[in-house]
Design a protein. Structure first.
Length: 890
């Protein structure tokens, strides 16, 4: 258990001693072994353990006597227990109440949630925990009735209190609105619960159905009388299907099963339903009429997001326009001849009106009614699109549906990315469609939208899945309910609708934009065994003893291609000047992005096979399986390494006029080469540097003696656990203390160069230390290791420059990097600073080709990056003596 006095939970079966058996639902009974004087039980526990306390009581079978320590039970506190970060007073209380032996119903759950919502307030993590709990209840993973009868009016009162409380939080805590919407979607609205008891009796009396045992109607009546739950909606729907099918019991049980109410569940109600319904032909039409109305009543109490119930409950708020919209939606909800775009247009217009009220109204009751209707409309939009998407929706209709779905997602989730995509999409809608240029523009928006959908999905998973696993385990929930928890939530949102629409429009745009299925980042031909990975980063540092073709779902851009890898294929967009792209071209590794899912799936299906791949004349990657023995070695270029002379320290800081080989690296050296060679309208940024040897000099000073010892010790054992030791080295170097001589010299050189004196010396020193520590970034370490460069032979200068407050930044390739065509330029342009290109920030830059003899550009990609970096000040850049080594990118 979680505490000595809290509810017991069954321990993991792996820890049960021999001879153990389940005892009830919350305990295990284990016999002692050995003689009376030396009897014992050996319990082997796994580490880490999921529970801090082992409770037990003693039973003497000869006499039937129990010893439970005078009602307190015995307990042992277990060492090594690691509490979850979600272990709080609130979670403990939820688990204790849910898993105990006391009486418990939906009413008790809703009352507890009402009280806990007061304690949680606007805390996002707390609201998320409450939502996970309520969703497990809605999924029937928790008891809906345990040793207690609840009158329908008591249940509806509890629902009423809770939903009004949540509506109040929605009004006053905007940051919690996303989670409040989710919580309300799991709850019935409440209302006139007493009518559930009254109406079933009226129906029975009206049709002269006797209140006698062993009849379906009476058993259901008793269940409704003592504990109505959302199961009753399913039972009513099944009974209506039974009546409409002239008494077909197979249809009755099939409808129950589809709604999650199995025959076993029926029979295990505290007021069980064990008798199948009777079919009385002359009562058929009357019963159908009455139970259709009864179903509406049940839905109004238990199913808050039922479209008809929620619309009826909110009608008092409608003006004429809203009444007209709602009538149209309701009239055409099952109309297959109605174009889906027309239906979604009305849903969007209705939600637009509701959204205005939801953002301004301060009355909890009105807000609750509008929330339920808004949730019902959102759900109906998803259903409408999903039931029509397979019917070959025309491309113009897809464009309109994406626009409306984007607007709808804004009603549910505040997201800058989605709103920016909507703004761009609305602008595109007004232009002539499906020309090559329009399709390129539209493709850039869809790429950004795809990332926004992915980010939304990751947000849901990050916020909810850990809590779902924590509570699900404590609740003994079904494994499917735990594993698929956050995924199923995403599938029920407009974001999933958007994903489906994007999936259908994307190939249409690729064809009209003439984009093809491939973008080759580094051309070549190679062969290797196919290996499929989630991320390229996951195989960094690995050495393959035979050539490999890597299919990686994700590429960040700063990875070092592992030794033995000849080919990297990814569906991810990769900037041409990202580290991994530059490295791929340096070592002649075939690196390409594949946009065709079928082709990518086919490549993945060849896992473990030997393939030959090459780029054909049209720029596509083609491949074929190779049979027979592999006779090709990994093609990655190996560098002939020449030892670098240890630089001598000449000064703590130097200006650009003193930059030269042996003092600074390639970045600073290239700036020196440009001096005096640029036209007047092109300016060089002001630059100074801490040359090679300064780091070593500072580290050797007396005030850094302990840090130097720690540094050398860490470097000596780096091969033991590179990832962990590299992180520790970087952390250690951030504690290096400056010398007064260095600070004085640096400030003097900076002022003479025109950079001025920095405002905060601590910030300057922090940046310098981080540059020195970057020698031990994982990519730099792996690059040295792959090329046989001793770590002690790489020295780090620090290049300090004035940052140009750029409106745009660009990179120009003087040779087309895709085709190697020397008479053609390729350029990429981004808003703000160029770090978003070289750092492979998600999305594309504006990319275009231009012949050297022809000034007419040909656009390849329109911009789709979500981030622009702006600002001035100083930049501190690494400038190692490895900058000048061919093929080294450390």
């Amino acid at each position: 258990s979680r505490n000595p006095g809290s509810a017991w939970q069954v321990p993991p079966q792996t820890s049960w001693p021999p001879g153990s058996r389940a005892f009830g639902r919350d305990a295990v009974q284990t016999p002692f072994t050995g003689h009376d004087s030396e009897a014992r039980i050996v319990i082997r526990l796994d580490k880490p353990m999921d529970f801090p306390v082992m409770n037990f009581a003693l039973f003497f079978p000869d006499t039937g006597r129990w010893d439970n320590n005078h009602g307190k039970n015995y307990h042992i506190r277990l060492p090594g227990f690691k509490p979850s970060e979600y272990e709080t007073d609130i979670s403990d209380e939820i688990i204790e109440r849910e898993m105990g032996h006391h009486s418990w119903t939906l009413m008790h759950r809703f009352n507890l949630c009402h009280d806990l919502a007061d304690r949680v307030g606007s805390d996002t993590e707390g609201l998320a925990l409450l939502y996970v709990w309520l969703r497990y209840s809605a999924l029937r993973q928790l008891d809906w009735q345990r040793n207690y009868n609840t009158k329908p009016k008591e249940l509806s009162h509890a629902q009423d209190r809770l939903t009004l409380k949540l509506s109040d939080i929605y009004i006053n805590e905007p940051a919690g609105r996303e989670l409040i919407r989710l919580m309300i979607s799991t709850l019935g609205r409440g209302g006139e619960g007493q009518r559930i008891r009254d109406e079933i009796l009226h129906i029975m009396h009206r049709h002269h159905i006797k209140e006698v045992s062993n009849h379906f109607m009476e058993e259901w009546h008793q269940k409704l009388h003592n504990n109505t739950t959302p199961d009753d909606i399913v039972i009513c729907e099944a009974y209506l299907d039974f009546l409409r099918s002239n008494g077909n019991l197979d249809i009755f049980y099939r409808t129950l099963e589809a709604g999650g109410v199995t025959m076993e569940r029926l029979q295990n109600f505290e007021r069980p339903i064990v008798t199948p319904p009777d079919f009385i032909p002359h009562l058929k039409e009357g019963l159908i009429h009455d139970f259709e109305n009864y179903l509406k009543l049940l839905k109004s109490i238990h199913s808050g997001i039922d479209l008809e119930s929620s619309a009826n409950a909110a009608r008092y708020l409608f003006d004429d326009e809203m009444n007209g919209l709602m009538d149209f939606i309701f009239h055409h909800r099952y109309d297959n001849s109605m174009p889906v775009a027309g239906l979604v247009e009305r849903i969007t217009a209705m939600r637009r009106r509701l959204n205005k009220f939801l953002n301004s109204d301060r009355d909890s009751g009105r807000v609750r009614d509008m929330l339920y209707l808004d949730l019902a409309l959102e759900e109906f939009l998803r259903i409408a699109v999903e039931r029509n998407i397979h019917m070959q929706i025309e491309r113009d209709q897809l464009v309109e549906l994406i626009s409306m779905a984007l607007e709808n997602i804004g009603f549910s989730y505040g997201s800058f990315e989605f709103s920016e995509c909507l703004r761009d999409w609305e602008r595109l809608k007004a232009m002539p469609r499906f020309t090559q240029d329009w399709s390129l523009r539209a493709k850039s928006v869809l790429d950004r939208l795809g990332r926004a959908i992915g980010a939304f999905s990751e947000h849901c998973h990050r916020l909810l899945q850990p809590k779902a696993e924590f509570l699900g385990k404590a609740f003994h929930a079904d494994s499917w309910a735990i594993t698929l928890f956050s995924e199923e939530i995403v599938r029920g949102t407009v974001a999933f609708v958007l994903s489906t629409l994007v999936h259908h429009l994307d190939p249409i745009l690729r064809r009209s934009a003439k984009l093809g299925d491939w973008q080759v980042i580094s051309p070549g031909r190679a062969m290797g065994i196919v290996e499929v990975v989630d991320t390229l980063e996951s195989i960094q540092g690995k050495i393959f003893d035979s050539p490999r073709v890597i299919i990686a779902d994700k590429v960040k851009g700063d990875e070092e291609p592992p030794e033995g890898v000849n080919v990297v294929i990814t569906p991810d967009a990769v900037d041409l000047v990202s580290h991994v792209a530059v490295r791929a071209r340096n070592v002649h590794l075939l690196f390409a992005t594949c946009y065709d899912k079928e082709c990518l799936d086919r490549l993945k299906s060849l896992r473990g096979r030997l393939l030959h791949l090459m780029v054909n004349a049209s720029g596509d990657v083609v491949f074929e399986e190779v049979t027979g023995e592999m006779s090709i070695a990994p093609s990655q270029v190996k560098i002939e390494y020449t030892k670098i002379a240890r630089p001598a320290l000449s000064a703590y800081a130097i200006s650009s006029k003193d930059f030269r080989e042996g003092l600074v690296g390639g970045k600073s050296g290239n700036l020196k080469l440009l001096e005096g060679k640029l036209p007047e309208w092109i300016h060089l940024p002001v630059s100074v540097a801490l040359p090679f040897g300064v780091f070593e000099k500072v580290l050797a000073s007396a005030n850094n003696r302990k840090i130097a010892e720690r540094y050398r010790e860490l470097v000596s054992r780096i091969e033991d656990n590179p990832e962990e030791v590299l992180a520790e080295i970087r952390k250690t170097l951030l504690d290096v203390q400056p010398s007064g001589e260095l600070t004085t010299s640096l400030y003097k050189v900076m002022e003479e160069a025109g950079l001025g004196r920095p405002g905060n010396p601590d910030d300057v020193w922090s940046c310098i230390r981080r540059v020195w520590a970057s020698k031990w970034n994982e990519g730099a370490y792996l690059s040295r290791k792959a090329r046989g460069i001793p770590h002690e032979d790489i020295f780090m200068a620090v290049l300090i420059q004035q940052v140009v407050e750029a409106e745009y930044a660009f990179v120009i390739h003087t040779v087309n990097p895709f085709t190697r065509e020397r008479n053609e330029l390729y350029a990429e342009v981004v808003l703000g600073l160029g770090e978003t290109i070289v750092g492979n920030y998600p999305g594309r830059a504006l990319g275009f080709f231009c012949g050297k003899e022809s000034p007419e550009p040909r656009i390849l990609t329109y911009p789709s990056k979500s981030t622009g970096l702006f600002g001035g000040g100083l930049i501190f850049r690494s400038d190692s003596n490895g900058e000048d080594l061919a093929e080294y990118a450390g």
